[in-house]
Design a protein around this ligand. Sequence first.
Ligand SMILES: Nc1ncnc2c1ncn2[C@@H]1O[C@H](COP(=O)(O)OP(=O)(O)OP(=O)(O)O)[C@@H](O)[C@H]1O
Length: 229
Amino acid sequence: MIEVKELKKRFGRKQILNGVSFTANKGEITCLIGINGVGKTTILKGIMNLTPMNSGQILIDGKKLNKDTYEKITFIPDAITMIPSMTIAEAMQFMQDYYKSWNQARATELLSFFKLKQEEKISSLSKGNTAKVNLLLGLALDVDYLLMDEPFSGIDIFSREQIADVFTSHLVEDRGVIITTHEINDIEHLIDKVVLIDNGIVLKEFSTEEMREDEGKSVVDVMREVYRG
Ligand SMILES: Nc1ncnc2c1ncn2[C@@H]1O[C@H](COP(=O)(O)OP(=O)(O)OP(=O)(O)O)[C@@H](O)[C@H]1O
């Protein structure tokens, strides 16, 4: 389980996070939602220690962040970080050389799942295929937790559907996923839990199934209530 406790973060005079707490379980997809600039990416970077927090605590399976906990998590940013002149095969080789946790069998499976050709250069890929390669490079690592920043951003509906399908496949399996997205409609049926961030705090944290069954509301219904009052 990832436990985020009372995270606070200021950029200059702007207090972005003001005591954010939530948990994300293994085997579940937890979705961070909130309007632009509310601090969703900052939270993911805080969990990875890429952005130092002013205060708060993060526990991974009960342990504070350390070298071993880092090997359990990977962060998939919203844009590919590979050199554009590389082919997909070269990018995969780079990951294999760099990460002990690289799982070549899973990478090969993801290539065919996303119908990608490994001889293609990253610079010549469509936006949708670039997003898929970006996901492939993260998903092929044998880690327990995946943090994904806006994996659906700026891509067409068919690519979005294909990317959504990976979440219900064994390629995500029993891993814990924290995802940020604006395309909630596409993935509402996949999400187990929602953490709604507003004004630097967690306004609501709920199970999508309980919300549907107990209150008959979708995630979008809850968002409308919160943002339109
Ligand atoms: N390195 C930085 N220096 C200064 N301000 C920053 C920095 N990183 C983020 N911010 C500010 O912190 C706020 C939160 O940014 P963040 O990217 O976490 O929001 P977000 O919820 O992910 O937004 P979006 O939905 O647009 O992706 C924004 O106002 C942003 O401008």
